[in-house]
Design a binder for this molecule. Sequence first.
Ligand code: COI
Length: 355
Amino acid sequence: ASSSLREACESSNYSRADDEYAGVEWDNLGFGLMETDYMYMMRCGRDEEFKQGQLSRYGNIELSPSAGVLNYGQGLFEGTKAFRREDGGLFLFRPQENAIRMQIGAQRMCMPCPSVEQFLDAVKQTALANRRWIPPPGKGSLYIRPLLMGSGPVLGLAPASEYTFLVYASPVGNYFKEATAPLNLYVEDEFHRAARGGAGGVKSITNYAPVLKAIARARDRGFSDVLYLDSINKRNIEEVSSCNVFILKGNILSTPATNGTILAGVTRKSIIDIARDLGYEVEERSIPIEELINADEIFCTGTAVGVAPVGSITYKGNRIEYKTSTQLLSQKLYSRLTGIQRGIIKDNRGWIIEI
Ligand code: COI
């Protein structure tokens, strides 16, 4: 643990008990919020840089009713995970990618942003201070949620006068209630996730509430989630509500190109590299919905979701089913990704950071 962590923990009543496991039913983790012990917070003004943050006990925060984030959605979030290995070591997976993505998003949303070093330090401190909530090896991970928001008051539409960077964490298991079973996706042709020129390419909080209605409608009809089409042609596949999407045909793995409406997922990027290592050709391009009819396999990727196979898609009343077996590429990619995270497969690219 870094000295700043020790100091922070000492000043927030950190105790030896924090080194033991929290009393959690580790076998039944889903993706629900479990309040953990500590969060990290750092504030700065509109034309300032973030300087020094600190850990505090997890709890509610105070915000002005006219905070920019509450009134105009000036906010970004990130998601990254901490893992525990068999030997007790604690690791993060590519958190620099989240730090850089937050910087790109902050520019888009007119916010100051922590430096990469500040972001990494905050994520590490939050993970270590909540280490008793990092599940036992193979049981899940500690999902770490950095937030950046316009916390200062505004009335007219303008950037907030003050910004808050906050990191909290929760232990998680499978994202979908389907667990590892294949997903049944509904292809949405009324609602869109993002539009050209909008903020779909960054992790703005404003990209997420607008899909809730589409998800609710699909769930009511018995689907797992929604696959969105581009808003201009209503033809090219974009993303699923909380994850990126890949399609396999023969030896070619394709995924929608990050053209401003697609989130540049950290798992997406990692899976592209792993698939190439396995000898697949990977294309980032526009993928018309008709291509899904003859696809060999479809799967989703995301930090929260991991790698999730798709069992069917339904478009304009037609359901296309995909083969499901343990021989799927998605299964191989998932094993390799988690193998790297668990230290069973060599990490040749420096993706894993010990904390
Ligand atoms: C993640 O995968 O980390 C995300 O941010 C998706 C979120 C909707 C759970």
